[in-house]
Design a protein around this ligand. Structure first.
Ligand code: NAI
Length: 262
């Protein structure tokens, strides 16, 4: 629920990008469970159909699937128009769609096309969705949550395009919080390792992770989709009404851990 919402009057409306799989799927399910109408946007039509089919009948009616590429401005614009023509309002934007594989190979052989593909989806896609959602969000005193990454702050080798896109999202988040305030709060979540293999189309049960995968985290485990969807729900709630321009890291403590070898 956003700041000024009276749930008894009109259920809030959220747009979640990259909703068909992974974190976006978990966020979509959480917001639907919290009583939102959700526009579930993704460029993968069949994974969106799978998301819709897997919802409980009571929730399915509140989930509108929108097939669009976030890097395509006219597609973004018409998806938002479609959602608003159904509900007449927009309260929450969750910018999440992204190329989630961070590895780009050696910088010396990274093509401009591959660089632009990552920046175009992960960063420009957030700009385009925000640009077209902003007037609607202002009207509802709504909020935006951007999915960044702990890779905005620390790196493995050969991840330049992804890291730059996520660092850009942290900066975009604080810039927007100034431009859109006080009408719209804008925050970001920076997840660490989030195991989303259970948030994919199909019924395959993922193989368990290794003990070392969990144990290396100060928090004792790898994250799951619900760790992030809960944080997104909090940032959209009145309990977060005094938080804007921030990026909250949810990584089981990995960015606080020194890793010198002794
Ligand atoms: P995922 O690959 O499971 O899901 C990404 C979704 O975005 C897919 O449904 C895909 O079809 C959609 N998508 C990709 N490009 C798109 C485009 N151009 N237009 C519309 N939809 C598009 O990835 P995951 O892991 O759920 O990641 C979601 C977000 O969280 C990404 O922004 C990623 O960078 C971020 N993240 C994920 C972490 C993780 O460990 N899973 C860690 C840190 C950040």
């Amino acid at each position: 629920m956003t700041n000024d919402q009276d749930a008894s009057l009109t259920p809030p409306v959220a747009l979640v990008t990259g909703a068909a799989r992974g974190i976006g799927r978990a966020v979509t399910r959480r917001l639907l469970g919290d009583g939102y109408h959700v526009g579930a946007l993704d460029h993968d039509a069949s994974a969106l159909a799978d998301l819709q089919t897997g919802l409980a009948a009571g929730l399915r009616a509140h989930c509108q699937t929108l097939v669009a590429d976030v890097a395509d401005e006219s597609a973004v614009q018409s998806a938002i128009e479609q959602l608003v023509s159904t509900h007449g309002q927009l309260d929450v934007l969750v910018n999440n769609a992204g190329i989630a594989d961070p590895f780009n190979g050696p910088i010396e052989s990274l093509s401009l096309a591959d660089w632009n593909r990552v920046i175009g989806t992960n960063l420009t896609g957030y700009f385009l969705c925000t640009k077209h959602a902003a007037p609607l969000l202002r009207r509802r005193r709504g909020c935006i949550v951007n999915m960044a990454s702990s890779r905005a702050y620390q790196s493995e080798a050969e991840t330049e395009a992804y890291a730059a896109s996520k660092g850009g999202i942290v900066a975009l988040t604080h810039a927007l919080s100034i431009s859109l305030g006080p009408d719209v709060r804008v925050n970001a979540v920076a997840p660490g390792w989030i195991d989303v293999r259970d948030q994919q189309p199909g019924d395959d049960t993922p193989a368990p992770l290794r003990a070392v995968d969990h144990a290396q985290h100060p928090g004792g485990r790898v994250g799951g989709g619900d760790d992030i969807s809960g944080l997104v729900a909090f940032l959209c709630s009145p309990d977060a009404g005094f938080i804007t321009g921030q990026t909250l890291v949810a990584d089981g403590g990995m960015t606080r851990k020194m890793i010198y070898q002794h």
